[in-house]
Design a protein around this ligand. Structure first.
Ligand SMILES: [Zn+2]
Length: 116
């Protein structure tokens, strides 16, 4: 399986994850619409924080079920953490923070997070 590398803007936070990047998800919830993230869901154990885990800030709202992790130095949100409807630990990677991704080539699927 492919391994991908990403980071926040200043480089304090770096991460890797395993998975095939295909479609991206654009969510219309109150935070994603502001961030403009392009998302990919992976099992939490497929994500490895390779630097800056101690620096990562954590923002939650609404039901506080999703942890929106961000770098407090540069303000970039590289990924979030939560659980899927079956209770599996998941990560949601912001593909805009991943090296070498051709963002224009991604098929973007709309996700109605606003209604959750
Ligand atoms: Zn940063």
């Amino acid at each position: 399986m492919m391994s991908h590398h990403g980071s926040c803007h200043c480089g304090a936070v770096t991460f890797e994850f395993d998975g095939e990047i295909g479609d991206a998800v654009a969510c219309n919830c109150s935070i994603c619409r502001r961030k403009g993230s392009l998302l990919m869901f992976v099992p939490r154990d497929a994500l490895r924080i390779t630097a800056g885990e101690d620096r990562l800030a954590d923002y939650t709202f609404h039901r506080h079920s999703i942890h929106h992790r961000f770098c407090p130095t540069c303000g970039i949100h590289p990924f979030g953490e939560g659980t899927d409807p079956k209770g599996n630990a998941m990560a949601v990677v912001n593909l805009r923070c991943v090296d070498g991704v051709d963002l224009d080539a991604l098929k973007v699927l709309a996700f109605d997070g606003l209604s959750l």
